[in-house]
Design a protein around this ligand. Sequence first.
Ligand code: ADP
Ligand code: DP6
Ligand code: CO
Length: 325
Amino acid sequence: MQSPKYTARAHTNIALIKYWGKLDQDLIIPMNSSLSLTLDKFYTDTSVFFDSTLKQDIFRLNNKESSSLKVTHFMKVLREKTGETRFAMINSENHVPSAAGLASSASAFAALALAASRAAGLVLDSRSLSRLARRGSGSATRSIYGGFVEWQQGSDDATSYAVPFEENVAWDLSMIAVVISAKQKKISSSVGMQRVVATSPYYSAWRKTAAQDLAAMKKAIKKRDFRQVGTIAEENAMKMHALNASAHPHFSYFEPASLQVMKIVADLRSNGIFCYYTLDAGPNVKIICQNKDIQTILAALAPSFSQERLVVAGPGPGVKLIDKP
Ligand code: ADP
Ligand code: DP6
Ligand code: CO
């Protein structure tokens, strides 16, 4: 017996204040609250149905049969929560490079949470969906909503979820993604942050400043103070990468080209073009800018990066069903 098939689309999000460390590995309760912007250009479409003839979950990513411990674990959690006993056929398409620091796990598990819960017969409200997506990947907690989103760390499964900070962003703000490498990273986000929590001597300082950065960021967004938003985001990202540099064994997600982009951004800024960078667990740089400066920034990048490596993204929407029975 087959369940009806549901297909969901979720967009990725890039954190302006980063989540980097878990208090609880299994429940994915973070060490600090975070705040992100959901992007329109990068997303995942995932369809799910349950089938009693399947002996295990089948996961196809970009039309290729794949295996993912994250997906296996998530489906186990989903069956426990919903009472569904059948295995699932999962088909997913990433319109974002996978595992390259462009937040594929965020859009992936937000889409999977919606499609799989509906296929299992459950209609969840946004908060419950955010909690469910969290069990797949922390950043997915935030991709339930569009625009600026805050993930309130909470202290347990019931209290750790995202809330919209500003869903419809009426602001001429963009992120230019410089795609330096679409290759899968060597150290996954989960592994990287776990090592940092266990070994970085600076971790307690990070938690303290992340809370201060978040409060300042929320004020700056409300005031529409673009320079303040950019400055706090860039500094917060660099503090996160400083944790990686201070871990044991230390590691870095930067490639030479990442540093090159960072320097181009710094040079633009000295010339009065106010733009800022942020990097996640991967070499790709996201440039936070105002729409009026996009062409100037693209021109500064053009000698070093071909056009198809430069993706201009704006604020994107929350998760939704794009196909249902
Ligand atoms: P990223 O920077 O892309 O978020 P992560 O290391 O956080 O990288 O997560 C990558 C992992 O997320 C992949 O190894 C895979 O397990 C999972 N993933 C990526 N895309 C999908 C998808 N569409 N559906 C299910 N799981 C996915
Ligand atoms: C640097 O959500 O990918 O992008 O919870 O282990 O799946 P898991 O990690 P993930 O980590 C994201 C880290 C980050 C910062 C952020 O998105 O807040
Ligand atoms: Co991720």
